[in-house]
Design a protein around this ligand. Structure first.
Ligand SMILES: [Zn+2]
Length: 89
């Protein structure tokens, strides 16, 4: 399986580290209510189908990516840099 790093091109999956659902990019404000923090830290969907995940290209350029993939087919349909997204810099 290959991940299309926007900076390096298609690279082997073993060069990347999975870091979780892209929900981690959308951290609540420090003064957000406990329910918002509980949802951020503990509640995740487990979709059978399209999902967006964070991956770190540690053996390559060191970029953080959002990867669109299908949890059923394992097909990767795209990847983008997280830079510029909310709470991602
Ligand atoms: Zn890269």
């Amino acid at each position: 399986m290959h991940i299309p790093c926007p900076l390096c091109g298609p690279r082997d999956l073993r060069e990347f580290t999975y870091k979780g659902h892209d929900t981690y990019l959308y951290r609540p404000a420090p003064d957000a209510p406990p329910d918002a923090w509980n949802a951020y830290l503990h509640l995740r969907d487990n979709p059978a189908g399209a999902t967006r995940d964070l991956w770190y290209h540690g053996a390559g350029c060191g970029a953080w990516l959002i990867v669109d993939r299908d949890t059923v087919t394992h097909q990767i349909s795209g990847a983008a840099l997280t830079r510029g997204l909310r709470n991602a810099d």
